[in-house]
Design a protein. Structure first.
Lengths: 106, 552
């Protein structure tokens, strides 16, 4: 298996590193202090492949706290606000796009 | 119901203790994810978009009321108050916390439930007809044979690390209600010319990226040889199946590449060496397993009791529901009630803890404490006295579960899709919901008649889109959700794979296309008696294609 460090990383815009928290599976983002945050706006954003490579390497090494780290695209809105870069990441951040059954009828 | 003995109970309980230790070691950092992942998968624990997912096996789709209540408890205590019934007769919980899974599994183990072999490259939970043991058209109860196989392959060291997962299905009825030909290995019990019952053996079915229907490699197998033949097929697969490429690892690829005849020769050669060994089933061994299935103590009743027929005459809504959701039972005076988990605007296959608890109560009161799960993601009460049907209908209606849409356009099979699943490319559930809203008028649904829509959010085809009369497959194109539409698939006695109708359509157009297909059918059919699938067979897909692509 190819080490994440050796993977070719191509990015075409701003990215974050995201994963799921080991204990409960909650979506988390790599933060600038080398920890993890559940808030996308508090995530560390990389805009070049070199920085992204370092971030994913550090995240992968942090196997105790987060599982399945990968690089995800984001958009930078006005004022530098970070938003999910695609539908998958929007759903991971905001939850399913449907009402959960407990809010549907019975 | 199959009744566990002390060996079964000890085994399941010990497995929970083992997994509790593995989870603790993962949480403490003693195990890395690479080390832990195969262990969690062996217990049905996946990682999805938002959380871990726990898949619980319901062997051959049978549940006791006690087990359903316990599932409701797990939904409430450890998840978000609901569960999702799957196309493999299992249930999964989508919001479970890893640190709480051992407790959830311990609670489930108390009622004989677990997540073993609901993931991984082993023999998965066996499936059968959800009407097993009660269908008037069955030769005998398929669950006995499924249980014999299940016991043999559970934790079998030779079959725990196969090239890929392996799904076995057993059917024993005149009509296939279990989608036999989409399984890796399927057995269909039938009688030969001498009147002896034996199995037709089918291998190499499966959907996903490269769909194939299973091919018959042996038209008649004596019942005594069932287990040795399973062993021979699995060994042949283990030996020749590809391990170098996950996309070519399923047995369907091996059967296709070798050819069914050559594959059968390999199996037969292996089988000759083991068929008269310890795996040959003697009648005492079969009787021992059969004795652990407890059947209801049915009353001696007559069909169509006056209270039932009077209620049908008096209440058109009840009559409509009976027509749609109630089927004949092999015992006079009883009926099988199918419970739709497909409300308008709902998520196919989801049931809340409140509904599960209430259904468990209904099962206790009216169905000898038994519930079934069908691969169409609906439930059933398998033993309801016909005289009780009005009361059952009223109770189900109060729970939002008396929707008379079984087999109709809104009875949609759908995978969780991109709303939950880490493999998905596109959403399935909102597509299903929009279609149910478009066709909310039940009279219109009845006018359309039997019409199966199956939706998958990715090529792995958990929503069985290839065998939907209308199949809908979500794909991603340049960051947008698009959907390929297939027509003409079916998973019954005459199983077929659907044919792609044309270019994929965007998310917002899918329900329009389904409406166009429905309208084309109404215009093309020769009479109300010609079902959608029959019209399609007669005309081919061209008139449907013309209508869709002229409109869009």
């Amino acid at each position: 298996m190819t080490s994440p460090l050796d993977r070719k990383i191509k990015i075409t815009g701003p990215v974050v590193v995201t994963a799921n928290r080991v204990a409960d599976g909650v979506v988390v983002y790599r933060s600038p202090d080398g920890g993890w945050t559940t808030k996308l706006e508090a995530a560390a954003v990389a805009t070049d492949a070199a920085r992204a490579r370092v971030m994913i390497a550090e995240a992968t090494a942090d196997d105790l706290r987060a599982v399945g780290p990968y690089i995800a695209p984001v958009e930078l809105a006005e004022g530098g606000r970070v938003r999910p870069g695609n539908l998958r990441e929007l759903i991971r951040l905001s939850g399913p796009t449907i009402d959960l059954p407990v809010t549907f009828g019975i | 119901m199959y009744i566990y003995d002390s060996i079964d109970r000890t085994f399941v309980t010990e497995r929970v203790a083992e997994f509790r230790d593995q989870v603790a070691r993962r949480l403490s950092g003693e195990l890395t994810e690479d080390e832990f992942k195969p262990l969690r998968l062996m217990n049905g624990v996946y990682l999805q978009l938002h959380a871990y997912m726990l898949r619980i096996a319901n062997p051959y789709g049978t549940l006791s009321s006690q087990q359903l209540r316990r599932l409701a408890h797990v939904a409430r205590r450890y998840d978000r108050g609901y569960g999702h019934f799957t196309t493999r007769q299992n249930i999964q919980f989508h919001w479970i916390k890893l640190e709480e899974i051992p407790d959830a599994l311990a609670d489930l183990a108390e009622v004989g439930m677990h997540g073993m072999q609901t993931s991984g490259n082993n023999v998965r939970n066996l499936t059968t007809d959800q009407w097993a043991g009660v269908a008037p058209d069955e030769i005998e109860d398929p669950r006995i044979w499924a249980e014999i196989i299940r016991q043999h392959v559970t934790l079998h060291p030779e079959f725990s690390f196969m090239p890929r997962k392996f799904k076995i299905c057993v059917g024993t009825a005149a009509h296939d209600r279990a989608a036999l030909r989409i399984h890796d290995l399927a057995f269909r019990l039938h009688r030969n010319e001498a009147g002896e019952a034996g199995f037709e053996v089918m291998v190499g079915g499966g959907l996903g990226r490269t769909p194939f229907l299973a091919q018959t490699i042996r038209p008649f197998l004596k019942k005594r040889d069932l287990l040795s033949y399973v062993e021979a097929v699995l060994r042949t697969y283990n030996q020749f199946g590809r391990r170098d490429n996950i996309w070519k690892a399923r047995i369907k690829i091996l059967v296709h590449d070798l050819g069914a005849e050559a594959f059968a020769k390999e199996v037969e050669a292996e089988w000759q060496t083991i068929k008269d060994g310890p795996l040959a089933l003697d009648s005492a061994a079969v009787a021992e397993i059969a004795s652990r299935f407890v059947y209801p103590d049915y009353e001696a009743l007559e069909d169509s009791p006056p209270a039932f027929t009077a209620a049908r005459r008096a209440d058109p809504q009840f009559d409509r529901w009976v027509d749609n959701a109630v089927n004949n039972h092999k015992k006079p005076g009883y009926a099988i009630v199918t419970i739709s988990l497909k409300p308008e605007g709902g998520t196919p296959g989801d049931a809340t803890a409140v509904q599960m608890d209430a259904l468990a109560d209904l099962a206790d009161r009216y169905s000898f404490g038994e519930i079934r799960i069908g691969h169409e993601q609906n439930l059933a009460l398998p033993h309801v006295a016909q005289r009780d049907l009005p009361a059952v209908w009223r109770a189900l209606d109060a729970l939002g579960l008396a929707i008379p849409n079984i087999g109709l356009v809104s009875d949609i099979i759908a995978c969780p899709g991109l709303d939950y699943c880490s493999l998905a490319n596109a959403r399935s559930i909102p597509i299903a919901q929009e279609i149910t809203r478009r066709f909310r008028d039940l009279d219109r649904q009845r006018e359309l008649g039997r019409l199966h829509i199956n939706i998958s959010g990715c090529i792995n085809a958990c929503g069985h889109h290839h065998v939907g009369h209308i199949g809908i497959l979500g794909v991603e194109k340049n960051g947008e959700e698009f959907y390929q539409i297939t027509l003409g698939g079916k998973a019954d006695d005459h199983a077929e794979l659907g044919a792609l109708i044309g270019p994929a359509v965007p998310y917002a157009k899918v329900a329009d296309v389904v409406e166009d297909i429905a309208a084309a059918y109404l215009a093309l059919r020769t009479s109300r008696d010609e079902l959608f699938i029959d019209t399609l067979k007669r005309t081919g897909i061209e008139p449907f294609r013309d209508r869709i692509y002229a409109a869009h």
